[in-house]
Design a protein around this ligand. Structure first.
Ligand code: BGC
Ligand code: BGC
Length: 856
């Protein structure tokens, strides 16, 4: 079937289902609805953005859902009584959630904050890797502060939310389950519930009550950097998991109080159509019709609500150009009205600041749209002040505030928070042996086995237990790489195996299996073995990323990650059979690797239990592959390419040796560059140029070759070494009264608005060769008459002759007035003085050990 024909069939189905109501079974057998999402559909979906759509929702077209009874009359009476005793400031505090990096226990006492969270890079005492006892102690400190009574604020315990998205993944030593994409391949709702229960138990050990999970996104474009957080591109598959995950975490809806059992509250996110944005751009715009919105992206919310999910998190993204965090129709009329959601709706990280007419400091529109709690990591204090004024002057009706507060209190009542005592006294608290317990790890290992998808096998699998196995590839012994983003840190980068006590790398699992089978294993990431092996396992694939940092423009592995392909070729040339194991958050164009290997396994992001891979390589205890693709695997890297493997594809060992037709190795697109890298190895990356300008205009030189002279010889440019030969450029500036600028620039502006929303920094890898004789500044430009300049005093004190990474938070430029939506020059250094420095790289990223303050 051609792609077009497939789409037409799918769309017909989608439309007919639309008339009938809700999807209750997979819309298709062999292809993913991903294809449907970009199919032109005439009247219904329109031919693109401006066609016939508005952001107006018609709740009456959506199914009504029943919200279970989650608190009784006495509970409701208690909520109302509390509400009656709360003054305005007390109420406003209750709907705010700050990040533990900026909220002290004293702040909880002063501002009565209803909740705290730990963002991906936050930990107790500023330490992401703090031990579990420190998390629990901090939970106690917040709790104690929250129950201190004051004049017009009765004691109301604070609740703490955390991103336990694949296990209690911010905690060292916790069990790390496969990311959701792998679980989607497992097709096992029962397993999902057990994972939810194990995760909840581990969260309770360190004293939190709330996880921002499960992500119930239905990704339609796998270029999206968060696609791996979703179970599948198929709404029916996602929907089949959601209710079970919610029950695993919270217990059945009748569970009361939740904290009396080994449970926490869940949050389905990100409402709505986070996985439906145009071109798969994170925090982007879903330009789809209401039918698609309902059938694809709405489907998971039905089981979530039926199972009493306590909270829903709205998406950063928009529908038809309107940010969800300010969309009254979707949040109030649909979710709370038609769908009867009775819990609380929380925004995402400073998402209110992206709503039209709002800033991080002020956003009545979000509350008026129906949001009950604002995730205001570092902006809560400003919001507290602006909200007080907005309620006083009637911009926000008191009734709306009361409704929001009542919803927060109902969740707390349902948790049993008012009677639970301090976190360390509750069930499972401090039982540190439960973090990464044998029982939980066994569930995770089972999940790994069930998630592996076998795409090719010429008969080399299963490996013989007594064989000599070479384990190669850059991902072979790297637990952080198996675990992916949202692991200990936000991006999951910068970690070593030592930070994963009790975990097993793929190499560790294979070595143990080989030993117990009477065989042997050798680790050699570059494939240079000492003992000639009977077979080689080559582990390759993506490195960790989270959110927009993982966005791609095409579905291919970055060039720097393709090294293991050469290893596969070399081993094959030596007559050694190769099993390729791919670590990845998504399907990518890897035809060359598929051709090169004798067997090919997609392992997704399996987490801490690498032993699960070895179980299947050796078919231990008769285990066989059963994972099936939770999305289509594309034949080329370009968007909309036809499928190579259909939705649901996956071989088993029982299928026996399979023939193989050599695949074309042209990806169909240019090489994928790393987004957010403007200069690498001293050279501008595609679309960028490096210039030396006279500040204020006039003379300018585009640096294309070195050595070079610019500005009448006042600037000398040369190649110097950094990591590799000539991996940097050196600029020798003589004093220049009109000023000299070294600039990276482009003619097609980039939008880094969403990147400016967190801790992301503009990083420059540089070396001061002779210190500046005068002030130095850094500028970002947004067109001809738009720029933000900030001083760089730090440069003066950098040790000469040493390479360092100098980081400036992106948000500093935004604050200084840059229009982050159309940056034409992300990095321009200016000085009037003399200065010699060398520059190797300019990119976006984070520095774990650096405080993200704006230079003054
Ligand atoms: C993410 C959410 C997450 C929140 C808290 C946001 O940036 O989009 O998924 O729950 O941060 O870390
Ligand atoms: C935080 C994450 C958050 C992200 C949003 C990061 O700095 O650590 O939790 O999701 O910013 O952009």
């Amino acid at each position: 079937m051609t792609r077009k024909a497939a789409n037409a069939g799918l769309m017909a189905l989608l439309l007919s289902t639309a008339l009938g109501g809700w999807i209750d079974q997979p819309a298709h057998a062999t292809t993913s609805p991903a294809a449907a999402a970009d199919a032109p559909t005439g009247a219904e979906s329109g031919q693109g953005h401006s066609a016939s759509h508005s952001a107006e929702v018609h709740p009456e077209l959506w199914p009504a859902v029943a919200w279970p009874r989650v608190i009784d009359e006495a509970g409701e009476a208690r909520v109302q009584a509390l509400l009656g005793r709360m003054g305005l400031a007390c109420k406003v505090g209750q709907i705010l959630q700050g990040d533990i990096g900026t909220v002290t226990p004293q702040d909880i006492r002063t501002y009565h904050l209803g909740s705290v969270l730990n963002g991906g890079n936050s930990g107790p005492g500023g330490d992401d890797l703090a031990g579990p006892a420190q998390w629990l102690a901090l939970a106690d400190a917040y709790y104690e502060a929250s129950i201190t009574p004051s004049a017009d604020c009765p004691p109301i315990p604070v609740m703490w939310g955390t991103d336990a998205v694949h296990g209690h993944s911010n905690i060292v030593g916790a069990t790390l389950f496969p990311h959701n994409v792998g679980l989607g391949a497992a097709r096992d709702p029962d397993l999902i519930e057990r994972i939810g229960a194990a995760t909840a138990a581990e969260i309770r050990v360190t004293g939190q009550e709330w996880t921002f999970a499960p992500t119930v996104t239905v990704p339609q474009d796998y270029r999206w950097g968060r696609a791996y957080e979703g179970y599948s591109s198929d709404p029916a598959l996602v929907a089949s998991y959601v209710g079970r995950m919610v029950r695993g975490l919270q217990g059945p809806p009748s569970t009361a109080p939740i904290l009396a059992g080994p449970h926490v509250i869940a949050s389905t996110k990100h409402f709505l159509a986070d996985g439906g944005t145009h071109d798969g751009i994170d925090q982007g715009d879903a330009r789809i019709g209401e039918t698609e919105l309902r059938l694809i992206h709405g489907a998971p919310y039905l089981p979530a609500i039926e199972n009493g999910v306590a909270t829903v998190m709205t998406s950063f993204s928009s529908w038809q150009g309107v940010k969800i965090a300010g969309h009254r129709g979707l949040v109030t009329d649909l979710l709370k009205g038609r769908m009867n959601f009775g819990g609380l709706v929380v925004t995402d990280w400073n998402a209110h600041g992206q709503v039209a007419g709002c800033s991080n400091a002020s956003c009545p529109a979000t509350v008026n749209a129906g949001l009950d709690m604002l995730m205001a990591p570092d902006s809560w204090k400003l919001l507290y002040a602006s909200l007080l004024g907005q309620v006083r002057d009637g911009t926000i009706p008191m009734a709306r505030l009361d409704d929001a507060v009542a919803r927060v209190l109902r969740v707390k009542q349902r948790l049993g928070l008012f009677d639970a005592g301090k976190p360390s006294t509750r069930l499972l608290a401090g039982r540190y042996e439960l973090l990464g317990s044998a029982e939980h790890r066994a569930i995770a290992r089972e999940a790994v086995r069930k998630s592996l998808v076998l795409l090719k096998n010429d008969g080399v699998l299963p490996l013989r237990p007594a064989a000599r196995i070479l384990v190669a590839g850059d991902g072979a012994d790297d637990i952080a790489r198996q675990a992916g983003g949202w692991t200990l840190s936000w991006q999951g980068t910068g970690l070593t195996n030592a930070q994963f006590p009790g975990a097993t790398s793929l190499w560790g699992g294979i070595a143990a299996a080989a030993r117990s089978g009477g065989g042997s294993a050798e680790l050699a990431p570059d494939g240079q073995f000492r003992t000639r092996p009977d077979a080689a396992v080559v582990v390759f694939g993506e490195t960790p990323y989270a959110e927009f940092q993982g966005d791609l423009t095409s579905l291919q592995l970055k060039p720097e990650l393709r090294g293991p392909l050469a290893t596969m070729h070399r081993l094959r040339a030596q007559g050694i059979p190769v099993v390729a194991v791919m670590l990845t958050g998504r399907p990518l164009f890897v035809n060359p690797e598929l051709n090169a290997a004798n067997a090919f396994i997609t392992a997704w992001l399996p987490g801490s239990e690498g032993g699960g891979v070895a179980d299947l390589l050796f078919a231990r205890n008769g285990e066989d592959f059963r994972g099936r693709l939770p999305m289509v695997w594309p034949a080329e890297a370009r968007p909309g390419a036809k499928p190579l493997f259909p939705f649901g594809y996956g071989l088993t060992l029982a299928d026996g040796p399979q023939g193989w037709t050599v695949l074309p190795e042209d990806s169909g697109v240019a090489e994928e560059g790393s987004a957010g890298v403007y200069l690498a190895k001293g050279q501008p990356t595609a679309a960028w140029s490096l210039e030396v300008d006279r500040a204020g205009g006039g003379e300018s030189l585009r640096v294309t070759k070195v050595p070079a002279l610019a500005l009448g010889g006042r600037v000398q440019i040369a190649a110097v070494d950094h990591l590799v030969q000539e991996g940097a450029r050196q600029f020798r500036l003589r004093a220049n009264p009109s000023g000299t600028t070294i600039r990276l620039t482009t003619t097609s502006p980039i939008d880094i608005g969403r990147q400016s929303n967190g801790e992301l920094m503009l990083l420059a890898t540089l070396r001061i060769d002779s210190p500046p004789s005068g002030p130095v500044s850094l500028t970002q430009s947004c067109g001809d008459r738009c720029a933000a300049t900030i001083p760089l005093p730090e440069l003066k004190s950098l040790p000469a002759g040493t390479w360092t990474v100098l980081g400036v938070p992106l948000k500093c430029f935004a604050r200084a007035g840059a229009d982050m939506g159309r940056i034409t020059s992300p990095w321009a250094l200016t000085t009037r003085g003399s200065l010699t420095f060398s520059l190797a790289q300019v990119s976006l990223g984070t520095l774990a050990d650096r405080v993200a303050a704006c230079p003054r």
